[in-house]
Ligand binder design. Structure first.
Ligand SMILES: C[S@@+](CC[C@H](N)C(=O)[O-])C[C@H]1O[C@@H](n2cnc3c(N)ncnc32)[C@H](O)[C@@H]1O
Length: 290
């Protein structure tokens, strides 16, 4: 992401949720707000994928497959995160790198709960514009932070976050875009404001060379065929083994209670999908502060 541009990957994952809504993980996954946060152009691609209208030419076909795969990832990761949030039932929620996350607008259990949506200032400004007159029933606070240079603890304190009661933290789809040092600094910041019984929910990519080169090839095809490349300005900056991330969290007082790959979770939660290896490389962990 450049200094000024809002996140395009946040739009891609929102499109993924819009594709999945009512089609994947039925009865377990639903995000009716996602489609409402998209522009007409962004929604047109969603409609194409929902209709299963596979384009014949290469570039549009790549765009179609990227969104279709994203939908399969989003359905399962959303179910797992929602479950972990509800199980923790903590009195406040912080969503780090919130993008177009609609939990504060769609989850009835968050009614009245303080929810701190933290994001890069440009991404957050774009979200607020897209929200229009959508009202959250949660007690929503927008906190603009660049993880690469701002103080997360100071920004949260200024926004009214209470570090003496437990917090549930969602860190979904952000770790890959941060350097290892930025991830470590953010974990330290989270720990600083986490009372005992706080819960951290993180999604992260594990190292996989085939995935790395596949991603580069897909981006090249999109660019060469004149299609928009949502990853163009958001390079992948870190991957983590479960052992390395668990050790980092342990060093900051968090004990990992679950760490699952998304494909095995998808099988369990019956979220259909053909992009199995992509899901197998994505992990979600829950870590609790004792
Ligand atoms: C793929 S999107 C995920 C959005 C959301 N969590 C979701 O899953 O729908 C990545 C998010 O990370 C945020 N992000 C990336 N780098 C950041 C940084 N240095 N500081 C703050 N936010 C950042 C982007 O603004 C964007 O909202």
């Amino acid at each position: 992401m450049t200094e000024r541009a809002a996140s395009r990957t946040a739009i891609l994952v929102c499109q993924g949720r819009a594709v999945a809504d009512g089609r994947l993980g039925i009865g377990r996954f639903s995000d009716p707000i996602a489609t409402e946060l998209l522009t007409d152009d962004e929604r047109a691609l969603v409609t194409l994928v929902r209709a299963g209208a596979v384009p014949a030419s290469f570039g549009p076909r790549m765009e179609y497959e990227l969104l279709s795969a994203t939908a399969e990832v989003m359905a399962v990761r959303t179910i797992a995160i929602d479950d972990a949030v509800l199980a923790a039932a903590n009195p406040q929620l912080v969503i780090l790198g919130a993008g177009l996350d609609a939990r504060a607008w769609r989850m009835p259990d968050l009614r009245g709960t303080p929810v701190y949506e933290v994001d890069h200032p440009s991404s957050q400004a774009e979200k607020r514009a897209r929200l229009g007159d959508h009202e959250s029933t949660a007690d929503i606070h927008f906190v603009a932070v660049d993880f690469a240079k701002d103080s997360l603890p100071a920004a949260l304190a200024a926004a009214g976050h209470n570090d003496s009661v437990p917090t549930t933290w969602i860190w979904e789809g952000v770790v890959p875009y941060l350097t290892p040092a930025q991830v470590a600094a953010t974990v330290a910041a989270i720990a600083q404001r986490s009372a005992p019984a706080s819960r951290l929910i993180v999604t992260y990519p594990t190292p996989n060379r085939a995935y790395k080169y596949g991603r580069k090839a897909m981006q090249l095809i999109l660019t060469l065929s004149g299609r928009p490349n949502p990853m163009a300005h958001e390079p992948q900056r870190s991957t983590w083994t479960p052992q390395a991330l668990s050790a980092l969290l342990a060093a900051h007082g968090f004990t990992v209670t679950t760490d699952r790959d998304l494909e095995s979770l998808a099988v369990e939660t019956k979220v259909e999908g053909k992009h199995r290896s992509l899901r197998a490389d994505g992990h979600i962990l829950t870590a609790d502060r004792t």
